[in-house]
Write a protein that binds this ligand. Structure first.
Ligand SMILES: [Zn+2]
Length: 206
């Protein structure tokens, strides 16, 4: 039986940082959710950035090689974002930071978004402007990712970006007291609590 792969984690409270947390170059294929086209599609399915039906069609109508190329571009964007965030997190972005955005903007320029007025409520009383997207090529899968990255850069307070004290995952601390330390209490938070408990119970030396 194949070993159970660890599930992707979405703990950042921000799609752009969840994308950053999808893995890194030094990890094995099992841990990097962008290691191949198939892994990328699976990650997109879990995070909900692309409708399931679109992913199903991409999977059945696209050559593996073409999807692998898209995954390679996604990895390139992710590693660029890692450098961008690591250099700037903990302080507000200033004008001089907004350089070197070509990689991101080159993906955004191909976006095929459009709007529709829809009535989501059954009684039709509330009309909403809904943003939709045409999925014309495998590269379209990169657009919602780039949009999430752009929103991270343009709309997120970089002073609230933190790295989990127990692992390397990043998140936005949106708590009122700005006291979030962990990716999640059920994993790293719990481990730290247990370690603190063990060290309190140790007999004094001597
Ligand atoms: Zn953690």
């Amino acid at each position: 039986m194949a070993p159970v792969k660890p599930a992707a984690r979405f703990i950042a409270d921000c799609n752009g940082l969840d994308f950053l947390n999808s893995g890194n170059r030094s990890q094995s294929i099992e841990l990097d959710w962008l290691a191949s086209g198939e892994r990328l599609i699976s990650w997109l399915e879990q995070c909900g950035l692309v409708p399931r039906e679109v992913l199903r069609q991409m999977r059945s109508n696209t050559e593996q090689k073409a999807l692998d190329r898209v995954a390679s571009r996604a990895r390139e964007l992710r590693e660029w974002l890692r450098g961008f965030v690591n250099q700037r997190c903990g302080r507000p972005l200033v004008g001089v930071d907004i350089s070197n955005l070509k990689l991101l903007n080159d993906i955004l320029v191909g976006d095929e978004q459009y709007y529709q007025v829809v009535a989501p409520e059954l009684d039709g009383s509330v009309l909403t402007l809904q943003s939709l997207r045409r999925w014309v090529a495998p590269e379209s899968l990169l657009r919602p990712i780039a949009e999430a990255v752009a929103k991270l850069i343009c709309e997120t307070d970089f002073t609230q970006i933190r790295t989990c004290e127990g692992c390397s995952l990043m998140f936005v601390d949106r708590t009122r007291r700005q006291a979030r330390k962990w990716c999640s209490m059920s994993t790293c938070g719990n481990r730290a609590k247990q370690a603190a408990h063990r060290s309190r119970r140790k007999p004094p030396p001597g």
